[in-house]
Design a binder for this molecule. Structure first.
Ligand code: MLT
Length: 310
């Protein structure tokens, strides 16, 4: 009987799936790297979310490991080349949390447009600062989407429903797909020049790292608002801070940071910055979806060799 270790908090539904499929599943969360290294050799599969770091060192001790499954989209916490070199398949669940993450981006856009977190804190403090918080409407504004895959396309759909105009930059977006989505495919400089709000929905790669830098910000409209619910490394935090201080950027809503967990950050405390602690995928529905998907995919691979989303 194959054995799987679940080393991050996953919905209990995942354990049930493994059990139903005839796979033994141990749940051991919060393991230190040395503790994981000491036991990983017993397992055929490792199911993770964000906390477990699957390093080359851990993989070197994982003599029986055949598959790592991440209940989420990014596989940043897995050393994929090291896994591949050892014949370990790395899977993700690219669809299960897309709606939830898109909804968070839209929520962040509203929060930014209407200063909701700041107004909430002020009202709780008994200040009634009605004239301080003057927002902007979304209707009629242009949203620039950088990365128009699963999540970006859902954001586009919701933004169109809010009567925004949507332009998207994505080298992989075909003209036909853009037409289907009723959005305009543009190059990056055009997006920067036209967008009132910019939202990022691209993975962090060598091509996308620091895509929002001082140079990029200089090409944007004065007073642009930026939302990042993708990966912290897409944006140069120092450059964003300077641009907010100069007024070039009116504000930013950030769910992700260059270094996470972000207990400190140069943008913290800025009154024009709305922050959440990487909550993009954090709904009960999304977590159920990704846990079910990762367990099914891993079970398929361990029992039949079928590879999905690797
Ligand atoms: C993902 O990669 O799926 C998202 O960033 C969500 C997460 O890791 O919590």
């Amino acid at each position: 009987m194959p054995k799987v270790l679940i080393s991050d908090k996953l919905s209990p539904a995942a354990v049930q799936i493994f059990k139903d499929r005839g796979i033994e599943a141990d749940v051991k969360t919060g393991l230190a790297p040395d503790e994981l290294k000491a036991i990983i050799g017993q397992y055929d599969g490792l199911a993770i979310r964000s906390n477990t770091k699957v390093t080359a060192d851990i993989l070197a001790a994982a003599g029986n490991l055949k598959v790592v499954g991440r209940a989420g989209i990014g596989v940043d916490n897995v050393d994929v080349p090291a896994a591949t070199a050892r014949g370990v398949v790395v899977m993700n669940t690219p669809f299960g949390n897309s709606v939830t993450t898109a909804e968070h981006a839209i929520a962040m856009m509203f929060a930014l447009a209407r200063d909701i977190p700041q107004a909430n804190a002020s009202t709780h403090a008994g200040k009634w600062e009605k004239s301080k918080f003057m927002g902007v409407e979304l209707t009629g504004k242009t949203l620039g989407i950088i990365g128009c895959g699963n999540i970006g396309a859902i954001v586009a759909d919701r933004a169109l429903g809010l009567r925004m105009k949507v332009v998207a930059y994505d080298p992989f977006l075909s003209a036909e797909r853009a037409k289907d989505l009723t959005i305009e495919k543009v190059d990056l400089d055009t997006l920067f020049a036209r967008a009132d709000f910019i939202t990022l929905h691209t993975p962090l790669t060598e091509a996308t790292k620091n895509i929002i830098s001082a140079d990029a910000i200089a090409k944007m409209k004065k007073g642009v608002r930026i939302i990042n619910c993708a990966r912290g490394g897409l944006l140069v935090e120092e450059d964003l801070k300077a641009a907010i201080e100069s007024g070039q950027v009116a504000g930013a809503a950030l769910d992700v940071f260059k270094a996470e967990p972000a207990k400190e950050n140069i943008l913290f405390g800025n009154e024009h910055v709305v922050c959440t602690p990487h909550l993009g995928a954090s709904t009960s529905e999304a977590q159920e979806n990704v846990a079910l998907q990762v367990a099914e995919q891993m079970a398929d691979y361990l029992l039949t060799g079928a590879v999905v989303n690797a």
